[in-house]
Structures are given as structure tokens and as C-alpha cells.
Design a protein around this ligand. Sequence first.
Ligand code: PRX
Length: 645
Amino acid sequence: MADSSEDGPRREREWVDPPERFAEAANVTAADREAFERAGWPGCWERAAEMLAWDDPYDAVYDDAGTVRWFPGGRLNAAYNCVDRHVEAGRGEEVAIRWEGKLDETRTHTYRELAEEVNAFAAALRELGVGEGDVVTLYLPMLPELPIAMLACARIGAPHSVVFAGFSADALATRLDGADSGFLVTADGYYRRGTALDLKRRADNACASVDHAVEQVVVNRLGDERPAGDGRAYADLVADHEGAAVEPASRDATDLLFLIYTSGTTGEPTLVRHTTGGYLAHVAWTSHAVLDLGPDDTHWCSADVGWITGHSYAVYGPLALGATTVLYEGTPDHPETDRIWRIIERNDVDVFYTAPASIRAFMKWGEEHPERHDLSSLRLLGSVGEPIDETAWHWYRDHVGDGECPVVDTWWQTETGGIVLSTLPGVDRMRPGAVGKSLPGIEAAVVGPGGERLPAGESGRLVLTRPWPGMARSLCEASDWGARRTRTVDGEWRYDTGDNAVRDEDGYLHLLGRADDVLTLSGRRLSTTEIESTIVGVEGVAEAAVVVGSDDARRESEIHAFVSPEANVAGDGALRERVRAAVAETIGTVAVPDVVTFAPSLPKTRSGKVVRRYLAAIANGEDLGDTSALRNPEVVGELESLLDR
Ligand code: PRX
């Protein structure tokens, strides 16, 4: 129930209690939270590790002899944990994956079927020469073969590196090179809005431009014929190895489970590496505690498996718990804007986890769509990827959750591996617009420029002050504030998240966006440098800066590029199209600017650095405040009058 103060509703003070019916049956109760906290850090994290099956028990929960290690000495296999143990427990006929393709096409894999295909493909990978420790790149659309290939890699101890299928050949080549990966699993193509797109040509172009040889496996999605070009057919390989039993590789808890690229502090694609034991324990525990999942649940995390959200909460978390995970190949508004609600209804989804950008799109399409469907299977709603504003929060709860489902706003990053800030849905009161406190076992603070802890109401940098199991391996290795963003301040370990935040008087954190030059859009981080350098590479462009803007009328986040053409070059429609085409070609359609504004120059500091903060304010129609620190303050006025819409 929402509180109101005497002078009317005070939005910033609003509390919403967890619904009683939910709280009574929640995985984590107030007593569980207390017990977790009483166990103290780091011992409390043993509860997460206990959710997994270990080949060899760990010697300690945590140690730090220069390098942080979670569950040192422990050995386990992630695929065994996500597949075999559920079959061994007699749950082989339960559904692991429900896949929805274009229109009414569906596929389901029981845990037994998943085990068979993972084993067959693991055997095939071995035959192709993939050894323990070899990186296998997966450039696949949202097909069941993507999690199957991830689990097959995990089974043989080969770290996977999933590259989002919307990325271009160049972006794939950079990632194949960076991970020194000699194996690629891709597909002939995929469907987007009913249209077949060619993925294989991009894969071939990427392989042709890397220095080392790349062995390809190709999933046939588009037709009956064998795909053209290099590579072995996935279906043939799986058929050849039908019935294979591949012993799961016993991996050290600190061994790599996978690599994934994200945009780091410098805005460039950065390789993030995750461990087997710490990561899996973290995502299993948070799937249980925050997403409230259990073996009887059907979970739909709508993020693409190509991003960390899909790794953690569409694949490893739900499967570690023996739940059913829903994968959807298409876009939310194809063929109709009610597709999402049809999928929830048809699959009896219990928990739905999506991004605020999607929620804003659903709002725009209208509440009549969710209302036309029976969504009563839903028990919990989650949000991830960017701050969820109060209007969207309430809309989500009222029109999707029928006012009955708690909404968890979950904050985390590629580097954290899993959720670190959120409310616990059966225990904590919710505050729309605030993410909540840190989870038990996680400690967060808001600090000023000198690292000092700031009081409530003052905004500063969000830091985590203790290590956590899902932390990326680069953060585990010795402290260095630089690229790894960890250091010690007065004896206290710190990880700089790169986000700004403010704590309210009740201790709830409100996220204020990123402080570095990285865009966050629809729950994914894109590199400003990568996009800007592509635009600057277009003939006739002198300078470019990109920011995330939002169009109030459309209620959507969008990529906004400010481009300054060379002297005597017209900033016209033709140049705009060349800019867009270059980004699509070099990075992928995911990064194409929605808005391109041409400007004679960009706002700069006296030292010549482009100040994106002002550009973001312009793109969002916000007040610019004091611009006197700029060398060319007049340009912001010009820019405001030039907006391309
Ligand atoms: O700025 C924060 C934003 O997304 C960034 C992490 O992006 P990425 O590594 O791509 O991981 C996406 C999966 C979580 C963060 O630094 N972010 C994520 N969740 C939230 C958020 N901002 C506000 N509220 C959130 N719940």
C-alpha cells in the first residue's frame, strides 16, 4: 500500500510493501536475511555456494593473498550444475528451455533432452579440437543452440565468448582477435520482424579479417539446405555424436567460465572474464533470493543472451536452480504489439525480467494490450539495465502485475556478474524510483572525489566496499585503481562502479547514470569511443560525440549523435545516412544513432575536451545550468536550436 503524507503524495518518500501473499511464500524471509547477515562477510556467501554441487569441497569461502579467490580449492562443473544434476534428481522430463520463434513456432527442451544435446555437441567440439581453456566464440541469435553451445563449452572447460548477433563483422573480428579465439559457432541467419537476415556472410567476413585460422560450426536456422561458405553443420555434428557421454571437466572454482565484452571506463570494448565457482554461486543465489526462482517456475528474462543479463538470468541462474527459462527470438512488437503478453500467457510465466526501455515502449503501445491477456501466472516483476522512473514502475506493477506482484529494480554490471543492489521481494519495502539497499553480503557506499563517504542526499560515486563472489576476474587481481577500478582507501577495499548515485534518508540508493563516457541503453553498455571513432571515419566529418537522449513524446531512450562536418561540407540528409550506414557496418545496427544533429562545433572545456554532459542535457531537453567553464559556451545555444526532429 502506498503511503501519502499530509500534504499529498510525496513521491520521493513513497513506500510500497511486499504483497502479503508473496511474502508468505517467498524464497527468502526476513529471518533468512538476518541469518545471512549474522553469518558475517565473507562467510555468509557459503549459503550461495551450498546451492551448487561441488566435485571437491572448497578450502575456504574466500581468501586474498594479493589476488581475491572465491571458494579456493573447490572444484565443479557449471554444465553439470545446470543440467545433469536435475536429471539425476529425477527431473529429466521437466522443461528446461521453452523457445518462441517467429509467429507460432515453438520448441521445448526437457532437462533430459538438454543433457543429450549438450553432451553431443560437447563431444563434437572435442572432435573439432577444442581443448580445456580454448576460447569458443558464439555468434548466434536467440536460438536454443546458443545456451546449448554455452553449456557444451562449460562441460569441456572451454570458456565461451558470446558476441551479440546484432554486431557487425568488424565488431566480431575485434572480439575474435581480442580473445584469440580459433573456434566460432554461428548460424546461417535469423529472423527479424519476419525477414530473414544473413549472419553467415558477416561471420565469414570477420573470419577472413583475423590473423589466425577460425574453425566454424554453422547452425541452420533459415532453410533446409546446408549453409554455404566455410564450416561444419551443427545438426550433422550433433547427429554424428548422438548418445555421446562426455565426462564434465572438473574445474577449479577460479577457472574461467566465460569471457564477455563490455564497454569499460574508457568507452572502448573491454574483455571481462568470469569464474566458474564464484559467478555460478552468485547468479544461483540471486536468482533464488531476488528473482525468487525455484524448480517449479517459468522465468522469462527478455534480454538477449548475447549480453551479460542473458548469460546470468536467462541461462546460468535459472538453469542452476532447475527452473524453466523462456527464450524469444523476435522483437516485442512483431507481428503485433501484444506479442510479449501472448508469450507470458502461453508459457504461464511466473517471473518476468525486462529493461525500463521496454517498459516505456509497452506504455506507449498502451495498457489495453496487457489487459487483453491473462497474465495471472505472473508472481514477480524485475527491472534491469537503467533507472526505472516512478511512472514506469507503477505502470509495470499495475498493468502487468495487476497490482499484485512485487517489482524488483536490480542494479548490476557486466563486471559484477550478477545482481548486487536490489530489494529482496518478500522482505524489503519497495521505493519506486530507488533501487533499494545493497543485498545481504554486499556493501556499497556513495563517495566524494577524495574517496570520503558522503551523507544522505549528496550525490557521488557508487563504490562497492567488499568483494563479492560474482566479481569479474580482473577485479580479483591485485588492486590498481586504473583500468581495474579497484583500490584500497584507508585500508578499505573499493571497486569504483563508474555510476553516480545518491542515498536517501532511509538508506535507499537512487542511481544517477554513468560518470564515464559509456552509453547505457536498453540494459546494455555501448562504447562511445567505438561509435564516435566510426563516425569520425566518415568522409566529411570533423568531430563527433554521442550521448543517450530521450524523446519525451516517444518515451524512449535513443542514441543521439552530435556531428560537426568539415568546413565546406554540408550537414545534410546524405551525410546523415552515411553516418548511420558506417555505424551499422562497423559496429552493428544496435549502435546506429537514432538522432544525428549537425553542429558547427561541439562544447569543449578550455583544455579541448568535449563535454558530453551538456550534449546529454540538450538531447534530453534538460536545463544546462552553468556553462561558463566552456571555451565556447555559445555553441550550446546553437545546438539547441538545431535539433534534428
Ligand atoms: O549504469 C548502470 C546501468 O547499466 C550499467 C551496466 O551495464 P552492463 O555492464 O552492460 O550490464 C547490464 C546488465 C546489468 C551500470 O553501470 N544499470 C544497470 N542496472 C541498472 C542500471 N542503472 C540504474 N538502475 C539499474 N537497475
